[in-house]
Design a protein around this ligand. Structure first.
Ligand SMILES: Nc1ncnc2c1ncn2[C@@H]1O[C@H](COP(=O)(O)OP(=O)(O)O)[C@@H](O)[C@H]1O
Ligand SMILES: [Mg+2]
Length: 393
């Protein structure tokens, strides 16, 4: 397998096929499986994964450490060889187990940015950015001119002659970004590129990244374990666990209609109450130790008597009796008492005790409800989701 040429990071690939057409990037991953064979046994890092990335689309892979995000990126880049499946980049089959095809990384039309961004310390900023162009045969003057234009785009115009060591972490990250996008509008693979930066810089770079994408129009596959980052950046989010997609969809769908308890817990905060299905209709009735709760089935296939979890987001739980009047449709009411309130600026979070459990309720604006006062938690049946109980593993 081909190894990369960049220093510092064994994985950095920045390649442009000379003369390649710069049409719409489009990636198709079909039934990809990758098994790492180690002394301690086989480890399935990707388990039959399929994914399409449209031209100009920004797809985020979200999931906990070890779920296979980096492995999927490295397979697409050509830095790992999958065991089976197929990968098509821009109409070119770059990997197919069936057809015995494996195209090396430097001949795939894509670019990759890593968490450790591996700039050449003895090259100037402009030389770093020009490198992939020079590597693919663009003349020096032309490459430096395009590097300079790209540095303007990332807000580093005028710093062409500086060395990486003279720049801040955030600026170095922008140089790495410029180096990745200098080649044009292909696919850009990002592996947690902002995770080493402090929160303020990260917030700003996120916004810049989106406006760059607007201007340049590259497609992106972006790995993060940060749900806020995923929600902010993605056209679609793929939530991964154990080498599989748990759910793949637009951010609002992932957040409002999580396909599983796992997704509900991983993206945002979720209150969960255990119970059993008492009646099935358009609305499901669940018997819990707090009384019956009514909600929407998250998937087909529930039956009366099934063990389930009732899941409700904190911002949909109301403890202010006046707020409850504004909830449309059928309302669930649980007796409870505010045990603690946490003022967080934009929102206040209330810890509400209902019997042996506590629920988190959050409210923005309005009156701050003192501990001991809230007597009832209200939430709309339409906002309440019922999931089949997951087997303990
Ligand atoms: N070169 C390797 N050899 C053996 N196991 C590996 C190797 N690379 C990754 N893994 C394992 O594969 C799984 C997925 O890893 P990775 O794709 O890096 O996860 P993520 O990026 O989501 O944190 C992990 O359990 C990891 O330990
Ligand atoms: Mg990783």
């Amino acid at each position: 397998m081909n190894k990369s040429t960049a220093p510092g990071d064994a994985g950095a690939v920045s390649s442009v096929a000379a003369g390649a057409s710069h049409g719409d990037a489009h990636v198709t991953v079909r039934n990809l499986t990758k098994v790492y064979r180690t002394r301690r046994g086989d480890h399935v890092a990707l388990d039959d994964v399929s994914l399409d990335i449209g031209a100009g689309e920004f797809v985020v892979l979200l999931g906990p450490s070890g779920c296979g995000k980096t492995t999927l990126l490295r397979c697409i880049a050509g830095l790992e060889e999958p065991d089976s499946g197929e990968i098509v980049v821009d109409g070119q089959v770059v990997f197919s187990s069936e057809k015995g095809i494996f195209i090396p990384p430097e001949r795939r039309r894509l670019n990759m940015v890593f968490q450790s961004y591996a700039l050449w310390p003895h090259f100037t900023v402009a030389e770093n950015v020009a490198y992939p162009l020079r590597n693919s045969g663009v003349g020096k003057a032309d490459a430096l001119r395009r590097a300079s234009e790209t540095l303007d785009l990332v807000g580093l115009g005028g710093r062409e002659g500086a060395y990486p060591g003279q720049l801040s972490g955030g600026q170095q990250q922008r140089v790495a970004l410029a180096r990745t996008i200098v080649a044009g509008d292909g696919l850009v693979l990002f592996d947690e590129p902002l995770s080493n930066l402090d929160a303020k810089v990260r917030d700003r770079l996120r916004i810049e990244l989106l406006s760059l994408q607007d201007r340049i129009g590259f497609s992106a596959l972006y790995v993060t374990h940060d749900q806020t980052e995923a929600l902010a950046l993605a056209d679609r989010i793929g939530v991964m666990d154990f080498g599989r997609f748990e759910q793949l969809g637009p951010p609002d769908e992932i957040y409002d209609r999580p396909a599983s308890r796992y997704v509900a817990d991983f993206v945002g905060t979720a209150n969960a109450i255990d119970g059993t299905v008492a009646a099935l209709d358009a609305v499901v009735t669940v018997r819990t130790t707090f009384g019956d709760i009514r909600g929407m089935a998250a998937a087909d296939g529930l039956a009366v008597g099934d063990a389930v979890s009732v899941v409700i987001r904190p911002e949909h739980c109301h403890i202010d009796p006046h707020a409850a009047a504004g909830i449309p449709g059928e309302i669930n009411r649980l007796q409870g008492e505010v045990e603690r309130s946490l003022y967080l600026g934009a929102v206040t979070e209330y810890v509400v005790r209902t019997g042996s459990e506590t629920l988190i309720c959050s409210a923005s604006g309005g009156r701050r409800i003192p501990a001991g006062e809230g007597q009832e938690v209200c939430f709309a049946a339409a906002r309440t989701r019922i999931y089949a109980a997951e087997e303990e593993s």
